[in-house]
Write a protein of this length. Structure first.
Lengths: 115, 112
């Protein structure tokens, strides 16, 4: 079974430039999460999708961040414009559903460096 | 606000030593508790989880954790670590609205 796929794995951009991250969850997983992990910290939830609906985006900085999950499968997270403080690893995770027994599976992450 | 505290940021042990990593959370309601591990160069993966029932939970690779409700704790233990346990360990809590809150992680280095 293929795991959660993310691309690119690494991205270096200058501040004020836009950047986008892509995530393909495990087949059949309805719930998709985007996390940001700053250096020396644990992952922090940015947004959670149930199918194509964003059901929790309270931690997403909406002035510069946007996300979409068209057709309830793949998802894209965008930052425009990027700031120095956005340098972090962006993790995507998916699970079959919300029930307690459903484990989150994490992708390898995209390491973003903003210069 | 809900939070998860991992008191040990870096731990160095020799092989065969016993391990205990602390995790405390702040939330008064029902919680689900998790330990995740990230081996060098690999994804975060689930080590073990607690939802209900026996507060002593056994996970993969000989790890276990004990939920002590009165202490708001979910400490991770292993009686005898191996070099291959070198990794970063994250405690996480799911409280209320399916929101996962992660601790800051503990980097474990096991010396061969």
């Amino acid at each position: 079974e293929a795991g959660v796929v993310q691309s690119p794995r690494y991205k270096i951009i200058e501040k004020k430039q836009p950047v986008a991250f892509w995530c393909n969850p495990i087949s059949g997983h309805n719930t998709l999460y985007w996390y940001r992990q700053n250096l020396g910290q644990g992952p922090e939830l940015l947004i959670r999708y149930e199918n194509e609906e964003a059901v929790d985006d309270s931690q997403l900085p909406k002035d510069r961040f946007s996300a979409e999950r068209l057709k309830g499968v793949d998802s894209t997270l965008k930052i425009q414009p990027a700031e120095l403080g956005d340098s972090a690893v962006y993790l995507c995770a998916s699970s079959f559903g919300l029930a307690d027994s459903y484990e989150q599976y994490f992708g390898p992450g995209t390491r973003l460096t903003v210069t | 606000a809900q939070s998860v505290s991992q008191h040990n940021h870096h731990v160095i042990l020799s092989e065969a030593a016993s391990l205990e990593l602390g995790c405390n959370y702040s939330y008064g309601g029902t919680v689900n508790l998790f330990w995740y591990v990230q081996y060098p160069g690999q994804h975060l993966q689930l080590l073990l989880k607690y939802f209900s029932g026996d507060p002593l939970v056994k996970g993969i690779k000989g790890f276990e954790a004990e939920f002590i409700k009165s202490k708001f704790s979910f400490n991770l233990r292993k009686p005898s670590v191996q070099w291959s346990d070198t990794a970063e360990y994250f405690c996480a809590v799911r409280a209320g609205t399916y929101k996962y809150i992660f601790g800051t992680g503990t980097r474990l280095k096991v010396l061969a």
